[in-house]
Design a protein around this ligand. Structure first.
Ligand code: GLN
Length: 195
């Protein structure tokens, strides 16, 4: 059985683990760098990207996260996690910097800090109840990036091979379709490694 880790430095970790388990695989809260070896895929949760970055550095995660990506293992960044994955950030240095996208933070305007929207997400759902909280969006996507969803003409979900990212918080709803999509990515990547 595949195991999916959730980076547990900050943010809605428990909810992601529950969602992973609803998809029939084991979810593990990753609190120590060594635990990354145990998992086949990793979710980077929402929260606050600059705070999460400080904790990544404090606990020595950065090299291990880059290595995890270099090994071809799937990574799913949600909200702040999407910011961590992006190769480019508007007005800020990148963090892990592995997904070929440019992301702008807090980009839906101050007057609407949080909102919900029903999204069509390609290959995932026709009607996904997405919760946006001080959400970023993808302003530019590289040639290899597949755009999976837009909201008001802004890219809010995308995939580039092993990397999946979304602007919203899938773990805060009872719909596990996008988590299931990621779990399938992890199963496929693991099956390829075994042949
Ligand atoms: N605004 C946050 C950031 O810049 C992300 C918000 C979230 O993860 N809900 O990191």
């Amino acid at each position: 059985m595949v195991k999916v880790g959730v980076l547990a430095l900050q943010g809605a970790v428990r909810e992601h683990i529950r969602s992973v388990e609803e998809c029939g695989v084991e979810g593990i809260a990753i609190k120590k760098v060594d635990q990354l070896k145990e998992v086949d895929g990793l979710i980077l949760p929402g929260g606050e990207s600059t705070a999460m970055r400080r904790l990544i550095d404090k606990y020595g995660f950065m090299d291990a996260l880059k290595e995890f990506a270099a090994e071809g293992k799937p990574m799913f960044g949600t909200c702040a996690g999407l910011i961590l994955l992006a190769k480019n950030l508007v007005g800020h240095e990148p963090h892990i910097g592995v997904m070929d996208i440019t992301v702008e933070r807090n980009s839906f305007g101050r007057q609407v800090d949080s909102f919900e929207a029903d999204l069509a997400i390609k290959d995932v759902s026709d009607n996904f109840p997405a919760v946006f909280i001080r959400a970023p969006h993808i302003v530019e996507a590289g040639a290899e990036v597949e755009i999976l969803s837009k909201h008001n003409d802004r890219i809010v979900a995308a995939r580039e091979g092993q990397f999946l990212g979304c602007s919203f918080h899938p773990e805060l709803t009872e719909n596990h379709d996008i988590t299931a999509y990621f779990v399938d990515m992890v199963k496929e990547a693991k099956a390829k490694q075994l042949v």
